[in-house]
Design a binder for this molecule. Structure first.
Ligand code: PMT
Length: 405
């Protein structure tokens, strides 16, 4: 595929050269755009040598008078000819301009004119990254469908320790693959996905829940939708926009989630259970708020319905079942146990409890355990990239080993 690589002016600009090499190695064509600030950090020649192509360094840099017209519309050509625009490092300044729709130079005009997928890999000082203005710009860009590859944490060039370091080039390349996925290889599927936490009421004002943000489940919904599937999303309470085109059922409790899943199950050809369903609930919820006095609140909780186990028992031969296992230890063993006891085709083992992956993070790192005994480690990547990988493996598994409930 053809990738336009925009390089912003930050110390991490040198890593964009490694990224260009990696993308070339994966068979992509790379056309580089250096902002004038980026040229203070790295020479166009480096990218020209790595990519074998002329490097774009400005809006009006073609030189000769014959080139005046072509140079004036060059950003349109770049936007039309490339399949994906990747910006790495995306500086705070660039994120602000992209979010505001400002277009003072070649890269920003290309961004505005670009009709295809956009991947942004920010890198900057920790305070700049955490500033409310930057975070608001990132949210805006994410909502508009741009892929954000969040920066890593560590010692930064400015001497600070914290988030702001450009993500690993391999991670950025994985996000590019996810965003590029042009195929509609799920067009024949109806994918039923559960996402988010459930809330189990304790009285009219209190409830039991967990740290699930819904990001993994929604990333799966977006990925399946992008690949042509009809998507039925059953979601617990989360703070995320509904992915366009997805058929949404909102639920609150485990019981409601179970009922919604059972109602939709007959339509599904693939079921992915990413929700973090509460394992316990209070059967008789008090009608009124429990008073603080006498200072104790005894709870006797009962098990919620095990939706995954019920789907595993009921599903038909054409229905592929993918469960999740959120574990803090013995990940593979537990994932395999859940796969066998709940009759899944694949279980996505999710090591939770550490920062940066699992619950409420933009990234995840998982191990896929399959019915035919495979164990596939997927390194840390944005949840949308992980979602694509799960569907890649699910399709491969279905072809190689047809479902046998
Ligand atoms: O939502 P995010 O913030 O993005 O975080 C993602 C995630 C960590 C929630 C997600 O990736 C994940 O691991 N989801 C499964 C969480 C979980 O409840 O795991 P578990 O090991 O307790 O459950 C195993 C499987 O049984 C899961 O597929 C779960 O949906 C299902 N289950 C659990 C309990 C229950 N009563 N019914 C179920 O169907």
């Amino acid at each position: 595929m053809k990738i336009a690589l925009g390089v912003g002016g930050g110390i991490a600009a040198y890593k964009a050269a490694e990224l260009a090499r990696l993308l070339m190695e994966r068979g992509h064509q790379v056309e580089t755009i250096l902002t004038s600030a980026a040229q203070q950090f790295i020479q166009p020649l480096t990218f020209a040598a790595l990519t074998g192509r002329k490097v774009i360094t400005g809006l009006f840099t073609s030189g000769g008078s014959d080139d005046v017209l072509s140079s004036a519309i060059e950003h349109i050509r770049v936007a039309q000819e490339n399949d994906l625009l990747l910006v790495a490092p995306a500086t705070a300044d660039l994120l602000g301009k992209f979010a505001a729709g400002l277009a003072p130079d070649f890269l920003t005009t290309t961004y505005l004119a670009f009709p295809g997928p956009v991947v942004l890999a920010p890198a900057m000082n920790t305070n700049m990254w955490e500033h409310a203005a930057t975070q608001a710009n990132v949210s805006t860009l994410r909502e508009r469908g741009n892929w954000i590859v969040p920066p890593g944490s560590g010692l930064l060039a400015c001497g600070m320790v914290g988030p702001g370091r450009l993500a690993d080039p391999a991670e950025i390349a994985l996000a590019v693959e996810g965003a590029l996925h042009p195929s509609r290889d799920l067009a024949a599927e109806t994918v039923l996905i559960t996402a988010g936490p459930t809330q189990e009421p304790l009285d009219p004002v209190r409830y039991l829940t967990n740290r699930s943000s819904g990001k993994m489940g929604y990333a799966l919904a977006e990925a399946a939708q992008a690949r042509g599937a009809r998507v039925l999303l059953v979601s617990g309470p989360v703070n995320l926009p509904v992915p366009p085109g997805v058929e949404m059922t909102r639920v609150r409790t485990a019981r409601q989630m179970r009922d919604a899943v059972m109602e939709l199950l007959g339509q599904a050809t693939m079921i992915v259970k990413a929700a973090a369903v509460a394992d316990f609930h209070l059967e008789a919820v008090p009608e009124h708020k429990v008073k603080k006095n006498p200072g104790r609140f005894h709870l006797e909780l009962s098990a919620t319905p095990d939706i995954l186990a019920e789907v595993g028992a009921r599903r038909g031969a054409h229905q592929m079942l993918i469960g999740f296992a959120a574990e803090t230890q013995d990940l593979v063993r537990e994932a395999r146990r859940k796969m066998e006891t709940k009759n899944c085709d694949m279980v996505v083992g999710n090591l939770v409890g550490s920062e940066g992956t699992g619950f409420d993070s933009d990234e995840n790192a998982v191990v896929l355990v399959t019915r035919n005994g495979e164990e596939i480690s997927v390194p840390a990547a944005p949840k949308r990239g992980i979602a694509h990988r799960i569907f890649d493996e699910a399709l491969r598994l279905r072809t190689a080993f047809p479902t046998a409930p």
